[in-house]
Write a protein that binds this ligand. Structure first.
Ligand code: GNR
Ligand code: NI
Length: 176
């Protein structure tokens, strides 16, 4: 199959990243079938392990993930994903985001989550995740609600990153 055209990934502070996405409905079937492979392509090229539709400017509750490290691909498309259970125990892991490239911070989240979603064929699915997948799925569902990983940091750490981004943007403008 030819590789589909990947949409550009929007960068903070694009307002799409702060907009709550709406559930995918039956009328969105064609749009989702077109968009999901293109989101996967954008994610692989970045490269990243997950991508949410708001990151490409689409306000739908649609996520793609693939944690596979070698060249064998194991894509998962999650339509209307929901975290339906989360452990009391938390885990801390370093996160980054394709919409805040080059910025990383330790984020604390529930260590285990159960995520319910629909696949591309409409079948209801559920995944129990721990480790990196648990963090990634929570990070992606956050995107659907306009939440970024920096929102989970202390104000001090968050402002450090946001100030660095503001400075980079200023430098970028000087160069243009
Ligand atoms: O590529 C990504 N890596 C990552 C690492 C730790 C926790 C979450 C992630 S998701 C991120 C891609 C991205 O920005 N998805 O929205
Ligand atoms: Ni992200």
């Amino acid at each position: 199959m030819p590789e589909p055209d990947p949409p550009p990934i929007l960068l903070f502070p694009d307002p799409h990243l702060r907009t709550k996405a709406r559930p995918v409905g039956p009328a969105d079937a064609d749009a989702v079938r077109d968009l999901a492979p293109r989101m996967l392509e954008a994610m692989y090229r970045a490269p990243g392990i997950g991508l949410a539709a708001p990151q490409v400017g689409v306000g739908l509750r649609l996520v793609v993930v693939d944690l596979q490290r070698d060249e064998t691909r194991a894509p998962t498309v999650l339509v209307n994903p929901e975290v339906v259970a989360a452990s009391a125990e938390a885990a801390v892991r370093e996160e980054g985001c394709l919409s805040l490239p080059g910025h990383y911070a330790d984020v604390s989240r529930p260590a285990l989550v159960k995520v319910r979603f629909h696949d591309l064929s409409g079948a209801r699915r559920e995944v129990e995740a721990d480790g990196l997948l648990a963090a990634c799925l929570q990070h992606e569902v956050d995107h659907l609600d306009g939440v970024l990983f920096v929102d989970h940091l202390s104000p001090l750490k968050r402002n450090m990153i946001l100030r660095r981004i503001a400075k980079e943007r200023k430098q970028q403008k000087v160069k243009e």
